[in-house]
Design a binder for this molecule. Structure first.
Ligand SMILES: Cc1cc2nc3c(=O)[nH]c(=O)nc-3n(C[C@H](O)[C@H](O)[C@H](O)COP(=O)(O)OP(=O)(O)OC[C@H]3O[C@@H](n4cnc5c(N)ncnc54)[C@H](O)[C@@H]3O)c2cc1C
Length: 336
């Protein structure tokens, strides 16, 4: 493999039913920053059916070029046709770096593409940088050993250097409609014999009863100190007053009190709300990994030595079961 032939930063522009997933724009924001450091281009790979209308949005958010692969076989996500399309792109364009959102689709696609192209993949990276020396080394950092240490991973001998990144970790750029870019219609030569082994019979959509905590501006989050469902009702009342959502530490998800979609942290979601209220959460490193970038953190804990206070902007030492209802009442009276 001649490494010097590989250039530019490619982003998988994940769309579902023609709707771009916000992680794609977040990755474009990061890719733009990395590409500006090396003088390379940002290329978005847009796969699907009737998806070209999305291309302008990708350019407005930082792409220099969009490779649009419009094909019936790509209408619904399936591992094999998507892997074939990206593998052909890798073979022809030789990307230096490839970023994929760590969504359910990205977590399926990323490893398959990396294995087929005999390269490495750093899953769930939380930091991506290019070294500022002449080597322009691509450094992918992610939590390792249960989150107790951050590992920086290099992919020195293979290309592309691949990474998945969870939604909410990187920041998208402001859309700039005046940005210029080119859109290339790219045709893929599919090998139907492999694709036809799997057929999509029916898509059953999960009922989405709960809100997406990674989109909420205010989160009132509870941990073991909240105790049970009744405890969380107090947090829900506060969240309603603040126009926010309730989230949880893993302890309460493991206890079956909260649903997994509301878990914040290394094995849950990464959130970056304007306000994160941590109630009865000790602040284990795996929890902090998912919320420490929040703009304002308020912690309520009865233990003044709890590690959560080290990341909190404001700390309240006391019993959350008393403090949360008092806060809720006070907010109600202000709004009356
Ligand atoms: C590989 C791995 C991945 C993990 N991923 C995650 C993850 O994604 N997210 C996550 O959250 N954890 C994760 N964990 C678990 C993590 O290590 C902690 O065990 C967990 O975060 C603890 O949850 P907690 O803070 O709710 O509970 P605890 O650590 O038990 O803390 C409870 C806190 O509540 C306080 N408290 C008790 N009663 C009250 C009260 N009445 N008023 C006020 N404060 C009170 C206590 O002082 C204490 O600080 C992971 C662990 C591993 C090993």
């Amino acid at each position: 493999m001649e490494l010097s032939e590989y250039k530019d930063i490619y982003v998988f522009a994940e769309q579902r039913e023609g709707k771009l997933q916000s992680v794609a724009l977040e990755l474009l924001g990061k890719a733009r920053e990395l590409a500006d450091a090396t003088g390379e281009k940002v290329v978005a790979m847009l796969l699907g059916k009737n998806i070209k209308h999305i291309a302008a949005d990708l350019i407005a958010h930082g792409a220099d070029r969009v490779l649009a692969v419009d094909n019936d076989l790509l209408e619904h996500y399936m591992t094999e046709p998507y892997t074939q399309a990206i593998t052909q792109i890798i073979g022809e364009f030789k990307p230096a770096i490839m970023l994929i959102g760590a969504t359910t689709i990205g977590r399926d696609l990323g490893p398959r593409v990396s294995a087929r192209n005999r390269t490495g993949l750093t899953a769930d990276a939380t930091k991506l940088e290019i070294s500022d020396d002449d080597a322009h080394e691509f450094r992918m950092t992610r939590p390792a050993f249960g989150g107790n240490l951050m590992a920086t991973i290099l992919c020195k001998n293979h290309r592309p250097q691949m990474s998945t990144v969870r939604p909410g970790v990187m920041q998208k750029l402001q859309a700039d409609a005046s940005r210029q870019g080119e859109v290339i219609d790219y045709a893929v030569d599919f090998d139907r014999t492999k694709i036809d082994r799997v057929r999509l019979l029916k898509t059953v959509k999960e009922e989405k009863a709960t809100a997406d905590i990674s989109e909420a501006k205010v989160l009132v989050s509870g941990g073991r100190g909240v105790g049970n469902k009744e405890g969380f009702e107090k947090l829900e009342a506060l969240a309603r007053e603040l126009g926010g959502e309730v989230a949880s530490s893993r302890a309460m998800v493991d206890a079956g009190v909260m649903e997994p979609s509301r878990q914040v942290g290394q094995t849950g979601k990464t959130v970056r709300p304007a306000l994160y209220m941590a109630c009865g959460i000790s602040g284990a490193i795996q929890h902090l990994a998912g919320m420490e970038e929040s703009e304002l953190i308020i912690a309520i804990n009865k233990d003044k030595y709890a590690p959560i206070f080290s990341v909190a902007d404001l700390g309240i030492v006391g019993d959350l079961h008393k403090i949360v209802p008092l806060l809720t009442e006070r907010l109600k009276s202000i709004q009356r």
